[in-house]
Write a protein that binds this ligand. Structure first.
Ligand code: BGC
Length: 775
């Protein structure tokens, strides 16, 4: 047998990270003289603009290369000439973009360049794992690097603005867009938000390879009732500030250049027209200085929310603090009248225009309107082998090993392996949702990855086994945006028999099942969060062959895997891992890379448990730890008669091919005062047979508070790489900053008292020590 080399996961990720890691906001590098020059320039330009030219800057039509909503704008070229367009999105290609820029810069009266946006969400043409998968890497350098690669590619092809990061906290697996965010945790979500902003924006936005980020969807989009997309949100302010707002704020603190308003309502007023949200919180409390863009026809949609006619809702949005109107042209068509009618002020229009001009100035567009988009650079940069190598490694680091009985994984590169499942030969579905820049036909399918990397040593034989779903109607809905699933119209019996015959000839089965790419993403809510029955039947049939089964799980959301988890010998959750999916999955299956991903979101046992999240409150009638552990019912306690309280896989969970042993946790002291620092340490030993990385997690519980506090909150994590046999002491430095929360007056501070400090391998398996900390 050919001996496979284990690549040191973390060492690998840092070795190829050629770009400098950024840790400060781009604004913090801007000098006073730069700011003064910008002010003079922007004010001079503003003073020359007509009212309609100002309103034009606030208009963001879609060019229509691809659409994400109902409407498209018409007559864009003419509008650009007339100075009625501030930016454009959904247009791809350096040459095309330069040609449009030329119209703005040469034909419009004031020659103001356009800003070109795109949903570069998890990569441009080189796609990285979906954001929920990226989050599972818990590797901030890798995440920053993925945004850097995306920015390089997008900028070389003409894009100066990305609608990312999406930082909506969600505890709602029914919601398809949970795939686009970083999961359920405010702390992890905040760290990722920063890493993404730094990656896109770098230290200097005016450089040709840095692009403006846009944190979205402000706010609370991930908390729609029943997980139905665009649905009503109703939440206490305590919860907003302590849980859902944190990652948006982290992006603001990291200097994100723009913010996108969300579709949903917040406190009874749509976010797009909510002044408390877009001005009082965002600007006055958090000090945001950039511009706010609506979501796609978000202003017009306030008509259906019941907020008035187009003129009314457009004025409402502008007065609330929204500066740019995406697609709907409510601003363009009504703001002049609203000014005449006294519904908006000149000063408000000027302020919005100023913010757009300042952003263009920061991007260096006035100096060189053509700096983004260079066909020669794009030819080298976009989808380059180097970028794909980075994507391949990142994808492997995002995979989460959920089960590995009898060490079925890593597979041995020999003999015959059956590769079965509806997406085994499907490259279109590998990149996952929101991959508008990708050329999907290029993505590496699972079968191709296996053949290319191990085809010399292993005989791979394959069968589809089942369709994604028994229902053709549903499968068509799932593939509505073009990520086809190659439905096989033979009967289910024939498909199953073919798969069983193939499996019988093999030593081991790789069974790839789960969701197809568009079962998650925008407008992709589901009421059933399990694997469709057609694929469960396939799994059960294959089990009868007695062959070991390594299940590869494709998913864009936490699935309830209760009915399948005992059947396969191993389960590797690969999410949708991007352009390099097939290669990266092969790397992990055969042990070239030892999996180290950890779940950024809870996987429930059943739909009825939702919402289920690790940082919940205790309630006045908590189930005892013993009953919780044994999954036993207790009358008049907070539990279910027919289901456990615990999840199937907790937040932070993920196995490795090796084992990590935790020594006893220690703290530097158990009695602290004021601004001291507490050290909490643990020694972690790689006691298994493979080199590997472990994410060591720190949680804190505030035992008594002026408001009820969660049973634990993530407050730190470190991903450490350990060679087999190696030990490392991992230390967390804890300060009062880590104890702060918003109290009922929304004051952010900490309170004296007792705290549980916890360290562990996931949110459930922790050691705990009690300390006292007084002011
Ligand atoms: C989505 C946004 C996206 C926008 C532009 C909307 O439908 O909600 O996340 O950025 O379209 O494509």
């Amino acid at each position: 047998m050919k001996k496979l080399m284990f690549i040191a996961a973390v060492a690998f990720s840092t070795a190829i990270f050629a770009q400098e890691i950024v840790t400060r906001s781009v604004q913090s590098y801007q000098t006073d003289s730069y700011k003064a020059k910008k002010k003079v320039f922007v004010e001079a330009l503003l003073s020359k603009m007509t009212l309609m030219e100002k309103i034009g800057q606030l208009n963001l039509p879609s060019a229509g290369d691809f659409t994400t909503g109902q409407a498209q704008s018409s007559n864009i070229g003419k509008k650009i000439e007339d100075g009625l367009v501030g930016g454009l999105f959904n247009i791809k290609g350096a040459e095309k973009i330069q040609a449009v820029q030329k119209v703005a810069v040469e034909k419009s009266r004031l020659k103001i360049p356009l800003i070109f946006g795109m949903d570069v969400i998890h990569g441009y043409e080189t796609n990285f794992p979906i954001p929920l998968g990226l989050a599972a890497s818990w590797d901030m350098k890798l995440i920053q690097q993925s945004a850097r690669v995306a920015a390089n590619e997008a900028a070389s092809d003409g894009i100066s603005w990305t609608f990312s990061p999406m930082t909506d906290i969600s505890r709602e697996p029914r919601w398809g867009r949970i795939s686009e965010g970083s999961g359920e945790d405010p702390y992890l979500g905040s760290e990722i938000a920063k890493a993404m902003v730094y990656g896109y924006q770098g230290k200097d936005l005016s450089l040709k390879n840095t692009i403006m980020a846009c944190v979205k969807h402000f706010a609370l989009y991930g908390a729609g009732e029943a997980g139905r997309d665009y649905n009503t949100v109703d939440m206490s302010r305590i919860r907003m500030f302590n849980e859902y707002f944190q990652p948006y704020k982290a992006a603001i603190d990291a200097g994100v250049g723009s913010v996108m308003a969300s579709f949903n309502e917040v406190d009874g007023i749509p976010a797009t027209g909510n002044k408390w949200l877009q001005t009082d919180v965002l600007r006055n409390m958090w000090g945001f200085k950039g511009f706010v863009v609506s979501d796609y026809t978000g202003i017009n949609e306030m008509i259906d929310h019941g907020m008035g006619d187009l003129q009314q809702v457009s004025a409402l949005a502008l007065n609330a603090g929204v500066d740019m109107d995406m697609v709907g042209e409510g601003f363009l068509t009504t703001l002049k009248k609203s000014l005449d009618d006294g519904k908006v002020s000149q000063a408000t229009i000027d302020e919005a225009t100023r913010r757009i001009l300042e952003a263009k100035y920061d991007l260096g567009l006035f100096e060189n309107p053509y700096q983004y988009g260079d066909p020669k650079w794009a030819a080298k940069e976009v989808y380059s082998q180097e970028n794909r190598n980075i994507a391949r490694n990142t994808a492997a680091q995002s995979m989460v090993l959920l089960k590995n009985d009898k060490q079925v994984l890593p597979l041995k590169a020999r003999g015959t392996i059956a590769v079965i499942g509806p997406l085994v030969n499907n490259s279109l579905n590998m990149a996952g949702t929101w991959s508008v820049g990708a050329k999907h036909a290029n993505s590496v399918s699972l079968m191709k990855g296996l053949q290319d990397n191990f085809g010399k040593d292993v005989q791979f034989i394959s069968a589809k086994g089942s369709n994604i779903d028994y229902s053709e109607k549903l499968e068509n809905i799932y593939a509505a945006h073009g990520k086809l699933t190659d439905r096989d119209n033979r009967s289910k019996e024939i498909l199953l028999k073919e798969a069983v015959d193939v499996a019988n000839k093999a030593d081991v089965i790789i069974l790839a099942i789960g969701e197809s790419a568009e079962m998650s993403g925008e407008s992709s809510s589901r009421t059933h969060i399990d694997i469709p029955q057609s694929q469960v039947d396939l799994l059960n049939e294959l089990k009868k062959t007695g062959k070991p089964i390594a299940m590869v799980l494709f998913t864009g959301r936490p699935l309830a895997l209760t009915n399948v988890k005992d059947v396969p010998d191993a389960i590797l959750n690969v999410w949708f891992s991007g352009t390099e999916a097939g290669n990266a999955i092969s790397d992990v299956l055969f042990g070239k890379i030892n999996p180290s991903g950890k779940l950024p979101v809870t996987f429930p046992r059943s739909l009825g448990q939702i919402p289920l999240y690790y940082n919940h409150k205790n309630t006045g009638r908590p189930l005892s730890p013993e009953k919780t552990e044994k999954c036993e019912y207790e009358r008049f306690k907070s539990n279910f008669m027919d289901e456990c309280n615990t999840p199937l896989y907790p937040f932070g969970f993920g196995l490795s091919y090796t084992q990590f042993k935790y020594g006893d946790m220690s703290v530097s002291t158990s009695d602290l005062k004021g601004n001291q620092t507490l050290q909490a340490s643990v020694t972690v030993t790689n006691s298994g047979n493979f080199d590997g990385a472990e994410v060591v997690q720190l949680y804190i519980r505030d035992l008594v508070g002026s408001i009820t506090r969660p049973v634990k909150e993530l407050k730190g994590f470190q991903k450490v790489f350990l060679k087999k046999g190696e030990s490392q002491k991992v230390t967390f430095n804890i300060t009062p900053e880590d104890l702060k929360f918003y109290n009922s007056s929304l004051i952010y501070d900490w309170e004296s008292g007792d705290f549980d400090i916890m360290i562990g391998t996931n949110s459930d398996e922790v050691q705990r020590t009690k300390i006292t900390w007084n002011k």
